[in-house]
Design a protein around this ligand. Structure first.
Ligand SMILES: *Cc1c(COP(=O)(O)O)cnc(C)c1O
Length: 384
């Protein structure tokens, strides 16, 4: 376990096997994965469609670089482009969320000839030098400064301040449609439309970071679709390969023109491409985003009913759920793991984040609610 000491939030739980929403230790103890895998397994752990696609591909051809056409890569591009909003007609694969955002900012600079980036307070876009520069928290940034870029931060959710910050020197506005790491912050209605309008007027690129909100989690394949807004650049990763390390940038044509001199050795490797194709196709064909919408409503209503005044608020969309507690979220996450075998994540000091696989059913949702009630509102539970 000693290597875990290097990782913030390391937990002494040795996991060996996963299936659906469950994870198991070597001795067979079951944990419910309500977010501990950072939204990386939308179809649940070791989903058979993904496992089969990956096993077949790794045996046939593990890797050749992206200058050769390979069927699994072609299929992954086609599946991803078909699943993104109309207008996002090309995609580029990378290995993670931060790399997707790094590429997005480079593409926006190259396509606009500008360098200024507008980002939001409480944002999280990744930990490499460029994406980190657009990330809000000083704790993540300070030890590594100076970072790459010319980034202006505006208060998340404030349309007027956003519009005022965007001008003809702006390369990009980068936003999460709902902030994940920053506390599951849902912007007011009209915010993304304002972001769309002001970037369009200024000739800047709107980059929507859907690394956490995408892949069906909010009840649509992409959160921007709920707002009816198509960005110039959409970034995705986390759940894109249902657990394999892969990210992507989907772009409109005018941005794609600036992308030519960017690449990465492992871009769209055949094995991760097979995982992407299986994940995206299964999510779309089996309509898991709609299930996420339904289960999100169910879970939110049950949490509100059970936890009542013991918490401040339940917020989010679909299965991107934040519970604003009246106490520290780290401690609650730890109690849930150690006493109830529920793995959940904090998102900021007082917000507990639930990001279960989209395949969660009511029985598992009920278990989550019961464990949370026992942890944060034990009296409410004994009254019931
Ligand atoms: C996790 C996350 C990232 C970074 O992704 P990595 O794969 O860890 O680099 C970027 N943006 C958002 C919104 C995220 O949630």
């Amino acid at each position: 376990m000693s290597d875990l000491d290097f990782v913030s939030g390391g937990k002494p739980i040795g996991l060996e096997r996963g299936e659906g929403t469950s994870l198991y230790t070597a001795d067979g103890t079951e944990y419910i994965d309500a977010g501990a895998s950072f939204a990386c397994t939308p179809l649940g752990h070791s989903h058979p469609a993904v496992v089969e696609a990956v096993q077949e591909q790794v045996g046939d051809l593990t890797f050749v670089d992206s200058s050769y056409p390979v069927q699994s890569r072609e299929d992954a591009y086609a599946a991803l482009v078909a699943a993104t909003p109309d207008g996002l007609d090309s995609a580029w694969f990378c290995n993670s969320g931060t790399e997707a955002n790094e590429a997005a900012l480079k593409f926006a600079r190259s396509a606009t000839g500008n360098s200024k980036i507008v980002a939001a307070t409480r944002s999280f876009h990744g930990r490499t030098m460029g994406a980190l520069a657009a990330t809000w928290k000083d704790k993540y940034k300070k030890p590594f400064e100076p970072l790459a870029g010319d980034v202006e931060f505006v208060p998340y959710g404030d349309s007027e301040e956003l519009a005022a910050a965007v001008d003809d020197e702006t390369a990009a506005v980068i936003l999460e449609p709902i902030q994940g790491e920053g506390g599951i912050n849902v912007p007011p209605a009209g915010y993304l439309e304002t972001a769309r309008d002001c970037t369009e007027d200024a000739g800047a690129a709107l980059v929507l970071d859907e690394v956490q909100t995408g892949m069906g989690r909010t009840g649509e394949m992409w959160a921007c679709q709920k707002a009816g807004v198509t960005p110039d650049v959409l970034t995705t990763a986390k759940g894109l390969g249902n657990g394999l390390p892969v990210g992507a940038v989907a772009v409109q044509d005018w941005v794609a023109e600036g992308a030519a001199s960017h690449n990465a050795t492992f871009s769209g490797g055949p094995v991760v491409a097979a995982a992407v194709n299986a994940t995206v196709s299964t999510l779309v064909e089996e309509e898991w985003p709609a299930h996420a919408a339904e289960m999100g409503e169910y879970l939110t209503a049950e949490l509100e009913a059970a936890l009542g005044d013991e918490i401040r608020e339940v917020r989010g969309e679909g299965l991107l759920v934040g519970i604003e507690l009246k106490r520290g979220a780290n401690r609650v996450a730890r109690d849930l793991a150690m006493n109830h075998q529920i793995l959940a994540l904090p998102a900021g000091r007082t917000v507990l984040r639930l990001l279960p696989p989209l395949v969660i059913d009511e029985a598992v949702a009920d278990e989550l609610v019961e464990a949370l009630t026992a942890t944060v509102a034990p009296e409410a539970q004994s009254d019931a």
